[in-house]
Design a protein around this ligand. Sequence first.
Ligand SMILES: [Zn+2]
Length: 80
Amino acid sequence: MPTYQYACTVCGHEFEAFQAFSEDSLTTCPQCKGEIRKVYSAVGVVFKGSGFYKTDSAKSPSLPAAPAAPAAPTPAPKSE
Ligand SMILES: [Zn+2]
């Protein structure tokens, strides 16, 4: 089962979640119910012994570009 790392955009809480591919992505922080985003790390899946404890890297500015907009499940309808 894949492990996804999430980071809360509100309180900064970081956590990992084990989810099946068929499961929906988490969208809320378990602590503050704020918006969370998936953290894609180059070392998110480690097959070697070293480099496992890299969760702190999520705080580094070298994160993959994440959209600032909330990850809404559906786009807002155009009101015209
Ligand atoms: Zn939070």
